[in-house]
Structures are given as C-alpha cells and as structure tokens.
Design a protein. Structure first.
Length: 261
C-alpha cells in the first residue's frame, strides 16, 4: 500500500535490526523502500542489503554535505548505477547550511560534484535524488545549466525531503521533477511545507521517512523507520482533502513510474 521513497537502511540504527524493520514495515503495509546511498564507501553495503530483499532498491551517490570522502567521477557513478537494483543517482545536490566560515564561492567543489552526478544520471537515463538546503537558487541553476528541463533527454528525479517555499516547488515541477515529503510535514512549525503539499499535483508526489532521521509526529525525537511513512501520507491526505488510500496509491504509482520499476 505505502512506499518509502527515501531511507537509509544501511545506517546502524536500521541495519542492525533489519529483520525487525521489515516486520514493522509489513504490519504498517509499507511494501517497498529505496535505500539511499550517501558515500561511495558505503555503497557496497547498501547494494548488498537491497540484493537480499525483493522489495528494497538502492541509489548511488555522494551527499553534498559529506567531506573527506572518496570523490565521485562520472565513470564510477555510471558503472555502479548500472548494477542490478540501482535505480537512481544520489543523494546529490547542494547544501550551504554549514559553510563553516567559507563563502558560497568557496563551495565550487560542491557544485562540481553535483554536475558529475547529473551527467552520470543523464548518461544512464536514471533519475536524480536531489538534496537542497540553503541553496535552492544554485541547485536550480546548476540543473538548468546541465540541461535538465523536463525534456526527453533529461534525467529528472525528485527533490527529496522538501523544505523549500512555493516558488522553489513550482520551479522544480517546471523542470519535470517530483517532490517528496517527509515527517517534517507533520511538524507544527511546517505550515509552509503543508501549503506546498496542498499545491503539488497528485501525480508528482512521493512520500518518505529519510529514516533514521526526522520521525513524524507522534514519534518526533525518536529514531525513524520506514514503518512510519503512513503518518506522512496521513498528513498529506488531511491537508489535501483526499483519502489516505488515494495518497498511498498515487505515491506508490509515482514511485514505480519515476524509478522505472
């Protein structure tokens, strides 16, 4: 019924209890999950886990906030992205939230890393998983400069764990991207995100946990799990005036379509 479009199943909180995680998913009617890679060093573990289970898939990429890790190149991402059950490139994008005394100009390394991911995704014709924080203007600009405009040559993808404003949401949709909502949409302070959730077309919505982070209300502050993604769907149904079944079906169908499953 439900699909968690973005989680980190290899992180210790989940990997150490994968059988319990799967049992909880089954009880919550969460049928599928995408385990998202954040470094090349962890890719083998991510990939090995999804190969064990028929309802898990993987991505390959280097999170923009990770420093001191192996840098990706296009050939490596293409090679790993072509492996069985690897359905996306990312998590990639830009993150200027922690500049640590640097300027935005100093973050050119991050923008170049992002471009490498985009080029690999376009070569593979597989979607991008976009992370953007305090960097939406540059994220959109780099996508446009690399040819992402929603045409047949575009990789497309999803802006995951969306926390931006309506203008950014509309721009992402105009470029052909999906928008994914996490447990943040249930937070009392997140009215702007709920307004975006009410606007996004039903055929462009995904739901996620980003677990083990960002547990939704009523579990906020606790370790998150894919079994909690129905709480995200429930809040989307409320703010959109639709049934829970409608959100579950649409977001699952969108997942199938975007990741070509």
């Amino acid at each position: 019924m439900f699909t968690d479009s973005h989680c980190h199943l290899n992180f210790p909180e989940l990997a150490s209890a994968v059988n319990s995680v799967r049992e909880a998913m089954s009880k919550a009617q969460v049928d599928r999950a995408l385990s998202v890679c954040t470094t090349l060093e962890e890719f083998d573990a991510v990939h090995a886990m999804v190969l064990r289970f028929d309802n898990f898939w993987a991505s390959v990429g280097v999170h923009p906030d990770n420093e001191g890790v192996k840098e990706p190149d296009t050939d490596t991402l293409i090679q790993l992205g072509a492996l069985p059950k690897v359905v996306a490139i990312g998590e990639t994008g830009l993150d200027y939230y922690r500049l640590n005394g640097r300027t935005i100009a100093d973050m050119e390394w991050q923008r170049e890393r992002f471009r490498i991911h985009i080029r690999a995704a376009r070569a593979l014709k597989k979607p991008l998983i976009i992370h953007t924080r305090s960097s939406s203007a540059d994220t959109l600009q780099v996508l446009r400069e690399e040819g992402e405009c929603g045409d047949s040559a575009s990789a497309g993808g999803v802006f995951h764990c969306f926390t931006e404003n309506m203008e950014v949401a509309r721009a992402a949709l105009d470029l052909g991207f999906y928008i994914s909502f996490s447990g943040i949409v249930t937070f009392k302070s997140a009215q702007e995100i709920r307004d975006v959730a009410a606007m996004v077309p039903l055929d462009r919505i995904l739901i996620e946990t980003d677990s083990p982070y960002l547990a939704p209300v009523p579990f906020r502050g606790k370790s998150n799990t894919p079994a909690y993604v129905p709480y995200v769907a429930q809040e989307l149904a409320r703010v959109r005036g639709e049934t829970l079944e409608t959100i579950a079906q649409a977001s699952s169908d969108n997942f199938t379509r975007l990741f070509a499953l």
